[in-house]
Design a protein around this ligand. Structure first.
Ligand code: ADP
Ligand code: MG
Length: 249
């Protein structure tokens, strides 16, 4: 087993909450309402992963499985500019964009298959100076939610999701990579999925994702990040800000 890496978020409280950063060889689930900041945080992690280790990164490249067409290159550029300022470096946004490999997933089956493609890409990059150290699935659950509607399909959906998460865990283990998945939850009770505080995927996701983060909006650009039911870290909350420059204290 390779030594577990820790990916810093850009927000100290957030890092502390996670015991130093987002771990490699683990799945970290971010769940929260629409607009809570899941995709923003994912963008930031796609940038930070590329930093050298002494700057809190994993010195690696990134694969994003984008299911909702929410990846924005311009946002990466803004965040790289923010980092250049913060770390007093002259980072090249184009270089960062080059190391983020984005694949659109058109449905849940395609999404599942893209993990195999990601594995192949990771194998190809393994002995380069930028091995894949982060895979993001944003959103993990949207296609599943849209496709598996109604009671009779629930067991099937859970089984597929479970296998998908298992594949992602394997990806993280084999590549010493972090795995980030997002999961949107409803603010109001949902006729199909019931309890709004329990994200879809329910218990199966709860047991597979090693770290579960509940993200919610607070005043202004503030976000509350809550660590829920961690097997190895105390529960707690952190306040993070999302600004034009990216995630910060
Ligand atoms: P989710 O993925 O959880 O639905 P997002 O990550 O897309 O939510 O968050 C969207 C929010 O992020 C926006 O409402 C805004 O508050 C913030 N945001 C997006 N882009 C920027 C930006 N360039 N500068 C500052 N804040 C931004
Ligand atoms: Mg999003």
């Amino acid at each position: 087993r390779m030594e577990v890496g820790k990916l810093r978020t850009g927000c100290e409280e957030f890092d502390e909450l996670m015991g130093g950063g987002i771990e490699t060889q683990s799945i970290t689930e971010m769940y929260g309402e629409f607009g809570s900041g899941k995709t923003q945080i994912a963008h930031q992690l796609a940038v930070n992963t590329q930093l050298p280790r002494d700057m809190g990164g994993l010195d690696g490249s990134v694969i994003i499985i984008d299911t909702e067409n929410t990846f924005r290159p311009e946002r990466i550029e803004q965040m790289v500019a923010g980092l250049s300022q913060k770390l007093e470096q002259d980072f090249d946004p184009a270089e960062f964009l080059k190391n983020i490999h984005v694949a659109r997933a058109y449905n849940s089956n395609h999404q599942i298959l893209l993990v195999d493609a990601a594995m192949e890409m990771a194998n190809n990059l393994k002995n380069t100076d930028k091995p894949v150290r982060l895979v993001i699935v944003d959103s993990l659950t949207a296609h599943f939610r849209a496709e598996y509607v109604g009671r009779g399909t629930l067991a099937d959906r859970q089984q597929k999701l479970n296998k998908h998460l298992h594949d992602l865990q394997r990806f993280g283990d084999l590549n010493n990579a972090s795995v980030i998945v997002t999961n949107q939850v409803m603010s109001k009770p949902d006729a199909f999925f019931g309890d709004p505080t329990r994200p879809i995927g329910g218990h199966i996701l709860g047991h597979t994702a090693t770290f579960r983060l509940y993200i919610r909006k607070s005043k202004g650009d503030k976000r509350i990040v809550k660590l829920v039911d961690s097997p190895c870290l105390p529960d707690g909350e952190a306040v993070a800000c999302i600004t034009t420059d990216g995630l910060c204290d």
